[in-house]
Design a protein around this ligand. Sequence first.
Ligand code: UT7
Length: 346
Amino acid sequence: MGTVPSNPSWNPLMPNTEFISTGFHVPERVVTNNDLAEFWETSDEWIQERCGIQTRHWTERGGETGSDLGLKAAQSALERADMDPSELDCIVYATLSPEHFFPGGGVFLQKKLGLTGIPALDVRNQCSGFLYGLSVVDAWIRSGQYRRVLLVGAEVQSPALEYDYPEGRNIGVLFGDGAGAAILGPAEESDRGVLGTNLFSDGRFAEHLWVEGAGMRRYPWVSHEDLENRKLYPRMEGREVFKHAVNRMPEALSALMEEHGVKAEDIDLLIAHQANLRINEMVARRLKLRDDQVYNNIQRYGNTTAASIPIALDECARSGRLNRGDLLALTAFGSGFTWASALVRW
Ligand code: UT7
């Protein structure tokens, strides 16, 4: 445990936000790199060398939805906290792969949890969605507006991959399906919980990683032409995204560390968004962190977008890699571009 001061703005009427529990769930189907090589021109060697991914989990076609995965992740977190869903007073649901154009997935998760009346907020900040959500939840809990908030990142991305199209490999080898959940509430001690978050975005790069159609910017909002021109699938300028990711995440986290008087050696654990193992190795190097200060699980799950941080968090919390009092650093980067970081005294 480091010697980082507690949150200087702590006040008993505005408590810190602590993680009460976490949970995650991934679909049963494991897809290997060799499985992908059956329909895309790719190889296990290329994927492992460029991204570090060995396997990912995909739903069965037409199977589980994001809110189904989110429900299982939430149930696991509720069980760990020994809480009933009725004790929740708010849901925040982050995804880039909504199961319907509208309404957002949060209300579907709410229905599956058997809850009515409490608010369900949807966050659409892609790979940064969990940290954007955490920042909002932190503000609500500090202000006393809500006391038991379920924050979920859930993604079913496999239906939006182009299995029958050679260029589909560009994004297809990266993405996995899964969900992670956290239950957050006010901390009793001033020196525990979320110490701070910072959020950033830059819309100049919106078209570097996006799905161009369907959408209300177009008339008609979905068309055969869009389908034929493959406008309904994600597109990414991989190298450009890579270049920004390796700069923006360390910048964000360094700024937050400086604000809170945190040095590299104080950090017990860094969990960065799992987009590419090479990105995360560069991020760790730039932050001057040793390998034993960093956790990655992209090898097994691929890039699960808004779910990647809470899945890794739950694995660390349950395996003893993350313990009470540890200083946890989180950072993410993705489509938008959006990026964010957080410091948490676990
Ligand atoms: O989570 C949201 C944020 N997303 C990210 O952070 C992803 C950021 N980008 C990346 O991680 C990397 O750019 C990729 C992993 C997507 C691609 O790696 P890269 O080293 O940037 O490869 P590249 O796109 O520059 O392509 C290098 C070569 C090309 O062949 P030539 O032109 O050198 O002959 C590609 O056609 O690799 C080829 N290639 C592939 N080969 C086998 C591209 N994708 C594949 C593939 N399998 N899946």
